[in-house]
Design a protein around this ligand. Structure first.
Ligand SMILES: C[S@@+](CC[C@H](N)C(=O)[O-])C[C@H]1O[C@@H](n2cnc3c(N)ncnc32)[C@H](O)[C@@H]1O
Length: 319
């Protein structure tokens, strides 16, 4: 799908919208509303052609719509402004390793920057790469998926069940199920499977009905062949009674909004095994300000401290 060209984006555009527009663009992207994100980015770029966050956002949007050549142009421009910019370096590395490497050289002189990065184990861990090959429908990027995969492998070493709240099309749910294959570990999956419930505009960027392009039947199909997965359609925590007596080694909380994250903290915290992990997918994302608010508020008065990861996730280890 070709949405625009870089020259179109730089053409005359209306004045920049309010300051929160980057967040609005990211929220559109995260909800899969790419066509709505483009005009917002257009206006932001017209107001500030060297805005690194906007250029990175455009590069990432181009990757999502498989336009590697345009993505490379945006990422290269970021690198000329900020030589060690990690998201742009990652984007270029991803195009070089997975996409169309020729795209990197297009539209300008060869890239001369040497960027030193940690090893991307998420691209070389064969079992993980194999699992991810089958998962084309997750909103969660590869690096975050690799963090979650490691949490799942760790949780396999201890007692307690697993749960995911926020399944959408089943991407990270399938990752958990595949990581646990053969272990007998139960994985409980909660979602409305009809999109986001009502949100609080004073705390959340998402709107009711975001992520409604899914269904219980399609998710069950995406998880066909996975063992020990249990589905609970409806509003959480109203759907929680069947697991009230369970204890957990891993709770993956990917619900994006204040009320839902807080309800998950209240439900799972007392049911976590000592050493068990609560992983919050969206803690560090501008598209989900309510998630961070809820986590910080809940853990203010507990002995545990939320541990922030560069991937944007955070996790809490139960004492
Ligand atoms: C970002 S998506 C989850 C992404 C998913 N983990 C993946 O791999 O793509 C967030 C999901 O949380 C669900 N959600 C949010 N609050 C909820 C609640 N209180 N009860 C049930 N589902 C909820 C939404 O329906 C949506 O599908």
């Amino acid at each position: 799908m070709e949405l625009y060209s870089p020259s179109e984006i730089l053409a005359d555009s209306p004045a920049a919208p309010p300051a929160d527009s980057l967040a609005a663009a990211l929220a559109c992207v995260s909800a899969g509303r790419y066509d709505e994100a483009v005009p917002i980015y257009r206006r932001l770029l017209a107001a500030d052609p060297n805005n690194i966050d906007v250029l990175v956002g455009l590069g990432e949007l181009c990757l999502l719509v498989h336009d590697d050549a345009t993505a490379a142009i945006f990422f290269r421009r970021v690198i000329t402004l900020d030589h060690s910019n990690m998201p742009a370096s990652r984007g270029l590395a991803r195009i070089a390793s997975e996409g169309n490497p020729g795209a990197i050289q297009g539209g300008g002189p060869p890239l001369q920057v040497r960027v030193i990065r940690p090893m991307p184990l998420w691209d070389t861990d064969e079992r993980f790469v194999g699992i991810m090959r089958e998962i084309t429908y997750s909103l969660v990027d590869r690096t975050r998926c690799y963090m979650l995969y490691q949490f799942a492998l760790e949780a396999l070493q201890s007692e307690g069940e697993m749960a995911e709240i926020g399944v959408y099309r089943g991407g990270t749910a399938r990752l958990l199920a595949k990581a646990c294959e053969g272990s007998g570990k139960k994985i409980h999956l909660f979602d409305t499977f009809e999109g986001m419930p009502s949100t609080d505009p004073s705390k959340d960027a998402h709107r009711q009905g975001d992520f409604s392009d899914t269904s219980l039947a399609s998710v069950q199909k995406n998880l066909a062949g996975c063992e020990n997965v249990f589905f609970y359609p409806g509003y959480f925590p109203a759907t929680s009674p069947p697991i009230e007596e369970s204890v957990f080694s891993l709770a993956h909380i990917d619900v994006d909004i204040y009320r839902s994250v807080l309800d998950c903290c209240r439900f799972f915290y007392p049911r976590m095994m000592p050493g068990g992990k609560m992983v919050f997918d969206d803690y560090g994302y501008e598209t989900c300000p309510g998630a961070k608010l809820a986590v910080d508020e809940f853990f203010r008065d507990t002995p545990e401290r939320p541990f922030y990861l560069p991937s944007g996730q955070c996790f809490v280890t139960k004492r």
